[in-house]
Each structure stands twice: as structure tokens, then as C-alpha cells.
Write a protein that binds this ligand. Sequence first.
Ligand code: SF4
Ligand code: SF4
Length: 440
Amino acid sequence: MKKTFKGGAHPPENKEYSNSKPIEDLPLPDRVVIPLIQHLGAPSKPVVSIGDEVKTGDPVSEATGFVSVPSHSSISGKVISIGAFPHPFGKDIQSVVIESDGEDRWNEKIKFDEKYMDIPVKEMIEKIQNAGLAGMGGAAFPTHVKLSPPPPKKIEIAILNGAECEPYLTSDHRLMLEKTEDIIKGFKLIMKILDAKYGYIGIENNKPDAIDKMRSITSNEKNIEVVGLNVKYPQGAEKQLIKALTNREVPSGGLPMDVQCLVQNVGTALAVYEALAYNKPLVERVVTVTGSGIKEPKNLRVRIGTLFKNLVDYCGGYTVEKGKLIMGGPMMGLAQYTDLIPVIKGSSGFVVMTEEESFLEEPKPCILCGRCVDTCPMKLLPCTLGTLVEYSKFEMLGEYNILDCIECGSCAFVCPSKRNLVHLIKYGKLKYNEIRKKSA
Ligand code: SF4
Ligand code: SF4
């Protein structure tokens, strides 16, 4: 059986810029900007004041509910400002700015606990929340919430997402090669928390070295299987990954837990291991800095809150004066107008493309070719959704399941008229949700 899903697209992979570059540690920055929103859910609340001394790993904010996580200082030094700063989400967001003392003194509670496997499950989930974990594949949903399916939901199959189908990005690929054992330990902890019977590790076939390495480390694990997947975008989207690995289909409007599955990214699995075995909060991550607009593309381990400009400088700077800056990949990433924004927990990459490379062109009218329909992995009618939004027929969007759109961008990529379908659909979702709220 072919391990894939119906629909999808084949954008140029462009991974050769950085896939053979081992992870390098970025030198510590002079200051970091730690936003209080780096996750989906309620913003966190500051617990430090200007002038406070902090160590690496100290909390600078606390969660404000179950669907919320704290943020931590990623360097040691002094809090010099708390206020609104530019953020990758496109608006200014309340952040804590810390100036480094150059010593990188870590919180003393961060140390190895050899009995980490024996921690009771409830305590594990609390520790994961206190460590500030949010999905590191890009969506940044709080990890402890995902690991707490509400009764009577049960998770039978845990899935480790190593697909990394987004063009250009190679941070997960490098992590799978360089942190294989720790990732597997994290995955086993996830399976233990969920009491999952089986574990699948899904990796696209364009990463044969990662598949081999993962297989060699799991060869004695009877209930864990490493599966090579067809190279197709968006193979790493949760519902598509579940379909490819288990042949189960998440129902319209449903969640992976509705088919007894749960998906976690490889970077998140590593963070789970470090949170439980070392009590280490999420203060650093691997970021791919790449694209033809970057002089020396690299995979860098960087402290959260470091400005992207520092990463680009370390990579030799830009090759073009006016590149197109994207946090994440070109299909699902967020376009940026500046590099003076901080790395956040969901920053898997910083891609700089030249104007010619960018997929964006002036949109033309729909020619009803149907390519977007054939491509949509969620079996939607993107052209119809786009037209309904253009004609402000927001109340009709529910009939066409607009909320099932995973914003993967496949439809816009294949559209010969270069219609800005994702932008229209995102706007349509917003308006449709407003209507639903009002009628409720
Ligand atoms: S409609 Fe949504 S899910 Fe379908 S291809 Fe377009 S962006 Fe992807
Ligand atoms: S791919 Fe573009 S032109 Fe073709 S039907 Fe869809 S929106 Fe219209």
C-alpha cells in the first residue's frame, strides 16, 4: 500500500541548501525578546519586573489557564523592559526583554533525574505545562493539552511526525539524525502518558538517512514502527499523516483523538524528554536559516527570543537587498516585513527568497479549471470558497466546510490564475466564525 493521502501538491523541495549542514550553536545574543504569546491559547502573564536578575530557565511569565503555557528566560541577565515589541504574528505583542550578563547561569533545578520514567503521569503533564512546551512543528498548540484527551477519549496510536514536508526546512531532519535517541525517549514518554498501544514514526522518503537511523534505534521496540512516506505536500499535516499511516480518516470538524490517534512533532518529542528527564524548560530550538537570499544557509540551535537578524548575520548576511522574508516555510509560513523579530517556540525556519522564486504573482480571474479541487487534501472546493468570500456570502461558507481547511496552501500553489485562495479562505473563516458566534 502506498503510504500517502489523496490530493496534495509537489512544490520544489529546495532542501539541498541546508539538509547536509549539521546543527551549529548560535553564539549567545546580547539580549533576547521573550513574547508572552508564543502558543495558541490564552497569553501568559509576566512574573518579573524591570531590574530583576534572571537565570537561564527561570520563568518570566505564568500560564493563565489550562490552554496556556509560561515563558522562560533563555539567557541569564537583567530584565530591562516589558512592553509591546514586533512579533512574527504580524503585530506588536507584550514581551519581556532581557539583557545578557554573558555568563549563561542556569536555574539550579535543571538537572538530570534518573528516575524520570517513574514520574506519575499527572505530574508529567504538569511538568510539561510548567516547562512551557507548545508544538514545535509550527502550530504551537500547548503540548500538555494535547496529551490530556478528555474522557472517554482514548489514544490507541501515537504518531511521531518526522515528515517535514514543507519546502526548504531541514531542522527536523537534522534533529532526527543528531538527537535520535533522545527523540525516541521523548516519544516513549508520550506513549506512556497516553497509554498508547502502538507508535508510528512517519518520515518522508526523501530522508532515507533519518529513516535508517530511526529504524536502527527502534529495532528492539516491538510496538514502534518507522514508516517511509511518499514525498508529497502536505504529508506532515496531522489528518493526512494519520490517513497515510493508519488509513483512518478524521471526520469533518473532528480531531485526531476522534480516531484514537495523536500526532506530535519530533522537536516536541525531544522537548518532552528534556522537560521530564532534565526539568528543562523550552528555552532553545533548532531553526533552519535558508533560501537563495541567504549567503550560507545553516541549521542553528538558538535561544528563544533571539532576533532573526542575529541568525542571518551568523549565516553571512543576505545575497539580495530586498528578499522575501518568511518565518517557517513558503507554503504555510508567515511573511515578515523585518528581521528584527524574535525566534519563538514555533519558529522552525527563516526562509529568504528572491522575488523571482516567490510563488506570489498578480491574481487573475478563476478559469474554472478545477485543479485546486483535485489538489485539496481536505476534499474542499477552494475555488467556490474563494468566490463566496469575494462576494461576501459568508453565511454560506459552512455548507462548504470552510473550517476544515488546514491552510496548507496547495490550492494557491497549483492555481494557474494565481488566486490568493488561502488569504480569502482565512478571511472567510474569520467572518464565518463571527456569524456563528452571533447566532449562538
Ligand atoms: S482549501 Fe485549504 S486545505 Fe484545501 S488546498 Fe486550499 S489551503 Fe489546503
Ligand atoms: S485552480 Fe484557480 S483557476 Fe482553477 S478552478 Fe481553482 S481557483 Fe479557479
